[in-house]
Design a protein around this ligand. Structure first.
Ligand code: ADP
Ligand code: MG
Length: 385
C-alpha cells in the first residue's frame, strides 16, 4: 500500500552556516538517512523513536510537506515522490504537490478552525474541492454527519469548535482527516497534548476505529506503550535510520540492540560470554552465575553478549526450586514498590541490581534473602555492538 524506498532528507547545519568555510562546505543534518519500509493495506504502522530521530520528517515527506533529497514514495502503486538514487544517474523527478496526494493528516496540535462550527470544520475539506469533484449539498451533509457519528460528535455538530474539550477537539481533527476518505492516514503524535487518562482512552478508541474502518495508517510517537498498544508493525528509529522493524511483540521480546531494549521498556541487562550453544539453547557465563536461554540468533561460542531480562520475566520467591528449573540465582531485596496491579522488587545479586515485576500477592520486605528465577524463553540475547 505504502512503499518507502531509500528516503533521504537533509537540512543545512545551523551552527556552521555562519562561517565562510561552512558555506563552501555546508554541514548537513541528515534528519532521515536512507529509510525504507512497506506498509500493508489496513495496517497501523508506527514510527517509534526518541525526539529528533526523524519521525516527523519522514511523515511530512510522505504528506508532501517536505521535499526529500532522494528516494521514492508510493501509495497504492501511485508514485508521489521519486528523486532517483544518488550516484546512479538521477531518474526523472516526481514530486506531487501535497494537495494532490489526497492523504489524511492529524497532528499534535489539533489545528481545527476556531471560528467554525464542528460541522463546518469537517465539511471544509470537501467544500474547497474543485467544481466537479465537490459533492452536492445533500451528499456533503450525509458524509459529514456520517463521520461525525463515527467519532461520536454528531450531537455537537452545531457547536463552536473552540467549545470542545481537548479529547473532542482531537476527535474533530480526526473526523476532518477522515471525511475525504483518504487511502492513507498520517498521524503525528496526535495524543501527546492530552492528559494521561484521556490519552489512554483515546488510544483504545483509535485502535477500534482503525480496525473498523480498516484504514491504512502511519502513526508517529515517542511513547513506547502507545506504540505497543496500537500498532500492527513498528519501525524503531534512531538518528535518521530504522534500527528495527517488526510486530510489537517481536520487538518487545527480541530487541536487536540495547538501544531498542532500553527504549521500548525497562529491562535488566547482564553482560556475559557465550559458553555453550546447542541448537537454539545457549548457556551464557556471567559474573553472577550461568544463564540458560533460547534464542533464534546465531551467535558463536566465545562472543560477548548482553542478556536482556524484562522485569516481568523475573520471579521472586522465598523458596528454592534449584534442580527443577534453570536460572535460579540468590539475592537480597533492596526495595519494593506497590504499583496497584503489580509489585516491583529490586534485588541485589552480586554486582547487579535486578528489577522484578510480579503479582501483588508476592510482596517481600527489604533485606530478605530471596531466590530469583528467570524463564529461559523470556530472556533475549542482545549482541554487543
Ligand atoms: P522527530 O519527529 O523524530 O522528533 P524530526 O523529524 O522533527 O524528529 O527531526 C529530525 C532531525 O532533523 C532533528 O535533528 C531536527 O533538529 C532536524 N530538523 C527537522 N526539521 C528541520 C528544519 N526545518 N531545519 C533544520 N533541521 C531540521
Ligand atoms: Mg516529531
Amino acid at each position: 500500500m505504502l512503499r518507502i524506498k531509500n528516503l533521504v532528507k537533509s537540512y543545512d547545519g545551523e551552527q556552521r552556516r555562519r562561517s565562510r568555510a561552512a558555506r563552501a562546505e555546508p554541514d548537513r543534518v541528515y534528519a532521515v538517512n536512507d529509510v525504507s519500509f512497506d506498509v500493508a493495506d489496513g495496517e497501523l504502522f508506527t514510527l517509534l523513536g526518541p525526539s529528533g530521530c526523524g519521525k516527523t520528517t519522514t511523515l511530512r515527506s510522505i504528506a508532501g510537506l517536505e521535499r526529500p533529497d532522494a528516494g521514492t514514495i508510493e501509495v497504492g502503486g501511485r508514485v508521489l515522490f521519486s528523486g532517483g538514487e544518488p550516484g546512479k544517474g538521477t531518474a526523472k523527478l516526481v514530486n506531487m504537490p501535497a494537495n494532490e496526494r489526497g492523504l489524511g493528516m492529524v497532528f499534535q496540535s489539533y489545528a481545527i478552525w476556531p471560528h467554525m462550527t464542528v460541522f463546518d470544520n469537517v465539511a471544509f475539506p470537501l467544500q474547497v474541492r474543485k467544481r466537479g469533484t465537490r459533492p452536492g449539498k445533500k451528499e456533503l451533509t450525509d458524509r459529514v454527519m456520517r463521520v461525525l457519528a463515527t467519532m461520536e460528535l454528531a450531537d455537537l455538530a452545531g457547536r463552536q469548535a473552540t467549545k470542545l474539550s481537548g479529547g473532542q477537539q482531537q476527535r474533530l481533527a480526526l473526523a476532518r482527516a477522515l471525511v475525504i476518505e483518504p487511502p492513507l492516514l498520517l498521524l503525528d503524535e496526535p495524543l501527546s497534548n492530552l492528559d494521561a487518562k484521556l490519552r489512554e482512552s483515546l488510544r483504545y478508541e483509535l485502535k477500534r476505529l482503525q480496525r473498523e474502518l480498516g484504514i491504512t495508517s502511519v502513526y508517529v510517537t515517542h511513547d513506547q506503550t502507545e506504540a505497543l498498544v496500537l500498532s500492527s508493525s513498528i519501525a524503531v528509529m534512531r538518528g535518521g535510520n530504522v534500527v528495527q522493524l517488526g510486530r510489537p511483540r517481536e520487538i518487545y521480546e527480541n530487541p536487536n540492540s540495547r538501544f531498542v531494549a532500553e527504549f521500548i521498556g525497562t529491562s535488566n541487562f547482564i553482560a556475559g560470554v557465550v559458553e555453550a550453544k546447542d541448537g537454539s539453547r545457549y548457556t551464557i557465563r556471567t559474573d553472577d552465575g550461568p544463564l540458560v536461554l533460547d534464542a533464534a540468533a546465531d551467535v558463536p561460542t566465545g562472543s560477548q553478549v548482553v542478556v536482556s531480562i524484562r522485569p516481568e520475566a523475573v520471579e521472586v520467591s522465598l523458596s528454592s526450586r534449584a534442580g527443577e528449573v534453570p536460572n535460579e540465582w540468590t539475592g537480597k531485596v533492596l526495595t519494593r514498590a506497590f504499583l496497584g496491579e503489580a509489585v516491583d522488587h529490586v534485588v541485589t545479586v552480586g554486582q547487579h541490581e535486578i528489577r522484578a515485576r510480579g503479582n501483588p500477592s508476592v510482596s517481600i520486605a527489604p533485606d530478605t534473602e530471596v531466590y530469583l528465577r528467570f524463564d529461559p524463553n523470556k530472556l533475549a540475547l542482545v549482541p554487543v555492538a
